[in-house]
Design a protein around this ligand. Structure first.
Ligand code: URA
Length: 300
């Protein structure tokens, strides 16, 4: 039976509803033991590393994982083994990966190979190690001026950012623009990015694994932009990149340093604009932070 365009639109609307509600995987009829799957994949990798022919096969899997969108590829095969049902629980969809140390290492290698921001964006376009890419509509790489002295780093894109492919374009982005304007700046004098460049479904918090996988890319982005002043919007990005454990109340407004290739960049954390939208009284403290940022830029 042929599907009418109206059926297709209804199905798409339903899928969009699921995505917006935070659904990020399909459930099959059979339960999946993810722990067992992780252990089995690790064993397969060890086995593949042990023999040269299987090493070759493993390289093919790696190459496949950076050869275009996962949604266009069949599930990976390791050596001569056909994937067992548990390895492809979602037989209608893209190949989701089980995050592990090897994926973080491949993210690190890929990110450090990028010699420019354009190359880094291209690396992210080919990288299939983060499952958020499977549900996001667009890569949200950056906005603003790559030659700016000032760089902002947020946590992860939301719905509007995902639709436009640019960070901080929704309500919190509009507030950020007004805060910049208040100290005489705009997006032509700042560069803006996020730790995680794909929207987590339903705007949930990125998992520690997703953050760890994306971290090499934002670290390289900071290196390539090499700003004089780095501003972390909210505690999450500061914790990820500075390794500090304090909450935002304690951390904000305090100048710290972020080491980049033998240089120390002045770094500060301030409230996330989304938090300020919920707690407008805290704008007083953000105003102080922005004045301090303006003074630091003038010193540099
Ligand atoms: N919040 C973020 O942390 N980043 C965005 O790009 C938008 C909202």
């Amino acid at each position: 039976m042929q599907q009418s365009p109206q059926d297709t639109r209804q199905i798409e609307a339903l899928l969009d509803f699921y995505l917006d509600s935070g659904v990020d995987c399909f459930l099959g009829d059979e339960p999946v033991d993810w722990y067992e799957l992780t252990v089995r994949q690790a064993a397969q990798r060890r086995q593949a590393q042990a023999s040269p022919t299987q090493q070759h096969a493993q390289n093919s899997v790696r190459a496949a994982s950076s050869a275009g969108p996962a949604r266009d590829r069949p599930p990976a095969r390791v050596g001569n083994q056909t994937p067992q049902p548990a390895m492809m629980p979602i037989n209608t969809g893209p190949a989701a990966v089980v995050p592990d140390g090897e994926i973080v290492a491949s993210a690190r290698d890929l990110a450090s190979s990028a010699k420019s921001l354009d190359e880094l964006r291209a690396c992210l376009d080919t990288f299939d190690g983060c499952n958020l890419k499977l549900t996001a509509k667009k890569l949200v790489f950056s906005d603003g001026n790559p030659a700016a002295k000032l760089m902002f780093v947020g946590e992860a894109p939301g719905r509007d950012e995902d639709l436009q492919g640019k960070p901080f374009v929704g309500r919190s982005g509009q507030l950020l623009d007004r805060m910049l304007e208040a100290i005489g700046l705009d997006r032509s004098s700042a560069y803006i990015a996020n730790v995680v460049p794909w929207r987590p479904p339903g705007n949930r918090t990125p998992t520690p694994q997703e953050t760890e996988i994306c971290k090499p890319f934002i670290s390289r982005q900071i290196e390539l932009v090499n700003p004089d002043v780095l501003v972390f919007l909210g505690a999450a990005s500061a914790k990820t990149l500075l390794g500090v454990q304090d909450g935002i109340r304690k951390m904000r407004g305090r100048w710290m340093t972020y080491p980049v290739q033998g240089r120390e960049i002045a770094a500060i954390a301030t409230y996330h604009p989304a938090y300020l939208l919920r707690s407008p009284l805290e704008k007083r403290l953000s105003w102080r932070d922005f004045l301090s940022i303006r003074a630091k830029l003038a010193d540099n």
